[in-house]
Design a protein around this ligand. Structure first.
Ligand code: C2E
Ligand code: CA
Ligand code: CA
Length: 551
């Protein structure tokens, strides 16, 4: 039988106590009637401390007068030995003065002499009946449903913390929760006296400001942004973070809460995509953009279901910098339907990535790339094929197996297959990435990091994962011959130098002129790619190029 000291200090208690915002736990040494309550209980109900003597009596004061007798009878049965189980529902008063519904359950453990020794259990908040969010103590978004936005005028701002998922994944949920609480505090401090502040799901927070104009919300956003930027001065251990926001004024014709919220979400999404901290006011452009995304998404899903009809691979040659011979090609995805002819790869791939359908389409790209690689290797000898892979595809543990299976089916030599990792910024789990890459490299496949030097791919990743090839982003290459290109030149030179030391080969993308080509070759980049040699072309055109180069 554990002694009082161990039941209170048990790591298990801490683990359970931190497990959920909505569950409060307690354990009581029945002989001394000393108990420990989880910290979230103390915080939310305004108790004196985690450790309490005769906690039952104190707790009774928090319970709604109408529910006290029911609670008393049930708990008395436990402490007087008539029952070993406690179970009842009642309302308890939070430190904010409102009552929340709780379901309270507990049970008794007896010592070796059969005496009641430990009483432990948990209280669950019965959600839906609660007006306030248990973590931040703000109103829950649900409460806004009944707000009448057609009465009077005002403005609403929706905040989102940039990269919150990444914060959670890299620093842990406890830290993530702290960020949310601190942020909620900032909003409450800076919002006006008549404003309603509430928390929607996750990292999104809403402020409804009756009487305000859009410009007032933009000003509020700027104040909030400054506070979050200067978080290093805070004492809560929360480092600075950045926030974006969407703003909508009301009333708008026939718009209820749902329409308002959807417009806010689109504005926030737009703000986040720009990747500069900002607040975006909802306008027609955003509405049109959203409608287009929806239209493209529906058509993409139809194409996928229709056996990938409308998808096609184009190929762009990659030349050896020394011999200027085509040694490789990059497979680039294209998509067109009778109705939609103008979607760029950047546009439709983003939609596929956001919806997760890039997994299916990526699987199709892989197979098509291997099929072409097999054909060309048989016909034209030592030609390598590279294809692009989104981070999401690599989170599939079976990715490597599928690739190996297809490479065997088409009889392609893995040494002549390269996988380019795009948008590696989303690489939250570099350990996983590194494991997948090592497996692939162990099997002979080549790995390239795409767009090196952009925010998507940088030195951090180079440190964490092993790779064969680094593709220098076009923005450095294309700027080379412009005036004041010293920085780009210095960057490329140092990247090439560093790669040389790490036995990593380099590709310069975006070579459009002879002039740039000559500079790039002078620096010692291993491979060349760009419109100077060819744009990405359909397979038959690429085959013509292979024919001309000879074997
Ligand atoms: P990326 O992987 O960086 O591909 C190179 C892009 O640069 C291609 O655009 C190519 O057409 C373009 N490009 C090549 N040389 C030049 C040049 O000299 N000048 C200029 N201005 N552009 C040049 P594209 O085909 O529009 O593809 C855009 C992006 O879409 C790709 O960038 C890649 O991130 C993504 N992507 C394409 N195919 C796939 C795919 O199958 N799967 C995934 N996940 N992403 C893909
Ligand atoms: Ca690429
Ligand atoms: Ca690239």
């Amino acid at each position: 039988m554990p002694s009082g000291a161990t039941i209170f200090n048990d790591k298990l208690f801490e683990a359970f106590a931190n497990a959920s915002d909505n569950i409060y736990i307690y354990v009581c040494d029945m002989k001394s009637d000393i108990s420990r309550w989880s910290k979230n209980t103390v915080d939310f109900f305004g108790l004196d401390s985690e450790y309490m003597e005769h906690a039952g009596e104190r707790w009774m004061q928090k319970i709604h007068p109408d529910d006290r007798s029911e609670y008393f009878e049930d708990i008395d049965a436990v402490f007087s030995g008539r029952s070993v189980r406690h179970s009842c529902q009642y309302r308890a008063k939070s430190k904010y003065g409102d009552y929340v519904w709780l379901e309270c359950k507990g049970s008794v453990i007896h010592d070796e002499n059969g005496e009641p020794a430990v009483f432990a259990g948990l209280m669950t908040r019965l959600d839906g009946q609660n007006k306030y969010d248990s973590l931040t103590h703000l109103l829950v978004g649900f409460e806004m449903r009944d707000y009448d936005f057609s009465k009077g005028s005002g403005a609403v701002i929706l905040f989102g913390i940039d990269g919150f998922r990444k914060i959670n994944n890299t620093r842990g949920y406890i830290y993530g929760n702290k960020v949310l609480s601190v942020f909620a505090g900032v909003l409450q401090q800076l919002a006006g006296a008549d404003d309603l502040v509430c928390r929607l799901q996750g990292d999104e927070f809403l402020i409804v400001s009756p009487g305000a104009a859009e410009a007032d919300m933009t000003a509020l956003y700027e104040k909030v942004r400054e506070r979050c930027r200067n978080m290093r001065f805070s004492t809560d251990g929360v480092k600075s973070f950045s926030v974006s926001a969407g703003i909508v004024a009301y009333p708008k014709d026939g718009s209820g809460y749902d329409d308002l919220l959807s417009n806010l979400e689109h504005s926030l999404e737009y703000a986040k995509e720009r990747k500069t901290e900002q607040a975006v006011v909802f306008c027609k452009k955003i509405a049109d953009r959203h409608n287009r995304i929806n239209r493209l998404h529906e058509a993409l899903t139809r194409s996928i279901k229709n056996n990938f009809r409308g998808f096609e691979l184009y190929f762009q040659p990659i030349l050896d910098s020394g011999t200027k011979r085509i040694v490789e090609c990059e497979a680039l995805l294209r998509w067109k339907t009778p109705e939609i002819q103008d979607a760029t790869p950047y546009e439709f791939i983003k939609i596929l990535e956001d919806s997760g359908e890039i997994r299916e389409v990526g699987g199709w790209v892989m197979e098509e790339a291997l099929r072409h690689a097999a054909k060309w290797q048989r016909k034209y000898g030592d030609i390598s094929v590279s294809f692009n892979v989104s981070y999401l595809q690599l989170t599939d543990e079976e990715f490597v197996e599928k690739l190996v299976e297809k490479a065997e089916e088409y009889q392609v030599d893995p040494k002549r297959v390269m996988i380019e990792l795009t948008e590696s910024c989303n690489a939250e789990d570099t350990e996983m990435l590194s494991r997948q890459f090592d497996r692939l490299r162990g099997l002979g496949f080549k790995i390239a990091m795409d767009d090196f030097g952009t925010e998507y791919a940088s030195f951090g990743l180079l440190h964490d994962v092993n790779m064969d090839v680094l593709k220098i982003d076009q923005k450095f290459v294309r700027g080379l011959v412009k005036q004041g290109n010293k920085a780009d030149m210095a960057i490329i030179e140092s990247v090439v130098d560093m790669c040389g030391k790490l036995a990593i080969q380099t590709v310069a993308e975006g070579i459009e002129t002879e002039e740039i080509q000559d500079v790039i070759r002078g620096i010692g980049v291993s491979y060349l790619q760009g419109y100077l040699y060819s744009r990405p072309v359909p397979e038959t055109e690429f085959e013509k190029m292979l024919c001309q180069r000879g074997i």
